[in-house]
Design a binder for this molecule. Structure first.
Ligand code: SF4
Length: 278
């Protein structure tokens, strides 16, 4: 078996279809990921996306029996076998079970069923107060009643949504996320998310054709998030960890630590904890 590293997020490293362990800096330890997008399909097409052969679309149907078997296999390996001591740095702990796939997880029609499987597994392995259930999402389905209902089912285990907002500027959104921007839709989705879950904004900051985000773009971002300052848990700012897998003509680059910090300093007028990851 391979050894885990924060640089290797290959979901196939341990040869399972849906469930994969990774070391996550942002989770602060081992994260057991759930990939509901085995066909590499997403409704967004971010220019920095690290998913190879990304296509626009929804997940294919999920074999929930197999997913459950894989989840139980991994939880057994991690909590009752020597997986962590054999494959992770000393003192690594399981921190979360995270919906983090090769596309948007909430687009899966089996999302609620999978949440029920996760809840069952957490109860079975007595992990209720030891880990968090996380959803890493572009947020675009958060106001759907089915997603609301599904996420509300988690009430005995800490939960958290990492909600992607790279920018609220229309031109930026078209360029970076390659979707038709709608601030009203983003508002509805973030408000729905805050109704059912502790929420952190995750923002990927990149240099586009050598330029950092403009003052206008940062000012719009601040004024949008100002509305939700009291309810949000914080902001994760990060830049490219690995090269994009998308075929793009635009030149995109990772920020230096100093550049990312300069963006963090600008948005620090928001009364929110800001963490940077480079
Ligand atoms: S939302 Fe996530 S998975 Fe979808 S294209 Fe953007 S980065 Fe890739």
């Amino acid at each position: 078996m391979a050894t885990l590293s924060i640089l290797n997020h290959d979901r196939k490293i341990f040869d399972k279809k849906y469930i994969y362990p990774v070391l996550s800096r942002r989770a602060g330890g081992l994260s057991l990921g759930i990939n509901l997008n085995t066909n590499n399909a997403c409704n967004w097409q971010c220019i920095y996306c690290e998913i190879p052969n990304l296509t626009r679309g929804k997940p294919e149907s999920i074999d929930t029996k197999l997913l459950k078997e894989e989840l139980f296999f991994w939880l057994h390996e991690i909590t009752q076998n020597n997986f962590l001591s054999n494959h992770a740095p000393p003192d690594t702990l399981l921190k979360d079970i995270a919906f983090s796939g090769n596309g948007e997880p909430t687009a899966a029609k089996e999302f609620e069923e999978v949440i029920n499987i996760v809840i069952t597994a957490i109860n079975e392995f007595k992990l209720n107060n030891l880990i968090t259930i996380r959803l890493i999402t572009n947020g675009s389905y958060m106001s759907d009643q089915s997603v609301q209902n599904a996420w509300s089912l988690i009430n005995q285990t800490p939960k958290e949504v990492w909600f992607k907002i790279d920018s609220v500027d229309n031109d930026d959104i078209k360029m970076i996320n390659q979707i038709n921007p709608s601030l009203n839709a983003t508002k509805k989705n973030i408000e729905s998310c805050l109704d059912v879950s502790p929420t952190i904004i995750q923002t990927c900051v990149i240099k586009i054709n050598g330029e950092l985000p403009s003052k206008k773009s940062i000012d719009q971002y601040i004024s949008f998030l100002k509305n939700y300052e009291k309810k949000l848990k914080g902001i994760h700012l990060y830049s490219l960890a690995r090269p994009t897998e998308q075929k793009i003509t635009t030149k995109i680059e990772r920020l230096t630590e100093k550049e990312l910090q300069s963006v963090a300093d600008k948005i620090s007028v928001l009364n929110l904890p800001i963490s940077t990851y480079i």
